[in-house]
Design a protein. Structure first.
Length: 300
């Protein structure tokens, strides 16, 4: 649903990840680019968009998942992402974010959660014996999913959950999070508020997906409401403009403008600014030259 955003080369994950070719980097001996802690930290700020502003989690609640190796389409253009494992949906994301929120409430400095097994299930809206079983299955799917990400220099593999351990006697649960996604969410401003606002949308899969895009958006975005509605079953007749207005009212986007052709220009609260952003806005309004790159790509 979006047009492309240039993505600055940024590393992901473990320093032992394979180094790929890159230009304009400080070089170590032998012409190999030196490891850059600054680049690593810069990339961490983009990680939430890889699974909140992408099709990693379907914009709906699926009846049954299937296993496959598939490409993931993120908002970030130059990051190549694939996912191996079960097809995930917004219910799986509900489970993951409920666990993250509990870990943040416990202090959240390390990627680990210890709690009663029914506590995160209840927070995710999975109540009763059947809900607890569904929640346990979602944790299993989150653990099975493996993501591979490459940005042109680094490649890395990561998990949202690296371990799930349940004590059947006491009913307690221990969860180990994949460190990169967890730390990125922990350090992002307004994470707890975002998770709470998202939960308030109930089972509105498309609304939840769109809120994730709005929260992670860092570039001006051109949205095609018709294509956006087609993402979710039974969403073709839905008007998403009230949702966008509500997100603007809550401070997730700065403002929005509906063009004469029906496309919607959305400006993020926290954008990069500068001449590039101004040129991109001009292009979106139809005032820029042909050499001005669009700033978001449409997801399908």
């Amino acid at each position: 649903m979006f047009l492309p955003s240039p993505f600055e080369s940024s590393p992901l994950g473990d320093p032992d990840a394979a180094l790929l070719a890159s230009v304009g980097r400080p070089a170590a001996s032998g012409g190999v680019p030196a490891w850059s802690i600054a680049d690593e930290r810069a990339f961490l700020g983009h990680i939430p968009s890889l699974f909140l502003a992408s099709d990693l989690f379907a914009a709906t609640y699926l009846r049954a998942g299937r296993h496959c190796l598939r490409p993931v389409t993120p908002l970030v253009l130059s990051a190549v992402v694939t996912c191996e494992g079960p097809w995930l949906d917004q219910g799986d994301l509900d489970a993951y974010l409920a666990c993250v929120l509990l870990a943040l409430r416990q202090g959240g400095r390390v990627p680990r959660l210890r709690c009663s097994a029914d506590e995160p299930a209840r927070l995710a809206g999975a109540t009763g014996r059947a809900g607890a079983a569904r929640f346990a299955a979602r944790l299993h799917r989150l653990h099975e999913a493996r993501m591979t990400c490459g940005d042109g220099r680094f490649t890395a593999r990561m998990q949202l959950l690296s371990a799930v351990v349940r004590d059947e006697a006491s009913g307690s649960l221990r969860i180990e999070f994949g460190p990169e996604p967890f730390e990125a969410l922990r350090d992002a401003p307004g994470t707890a508020r975002f998770i709470a606002d998202r939960a308030a949308l109930g089972r509105d899969g498309l609304g939840k997906w769109l809120l994730g895009v709005a929260w992670t958006l860092r570039e001006t975005c051109l949205i095609d409401p018709q294509r956006l509605r087609a993402m979710a079953p039974r969403g073709k007749g839905r008007d998403i403009l009230p949702l966008l207005r509500e997100f603007a009212r809550r401070g997730y986007i700065r403002d929005m403008v509906t063009r004469s052709d029906g496309l919607v220009i959305v400006h993020p609260v926290h954008g990069p600014g500068g001449a590039h952003a101004a040129g991109a806005d001009a292009a979106l309004y139809g005032q820029g030259g042909a050499d001005v790159a669009p700033v978001c790509r449409l997801l399908t």
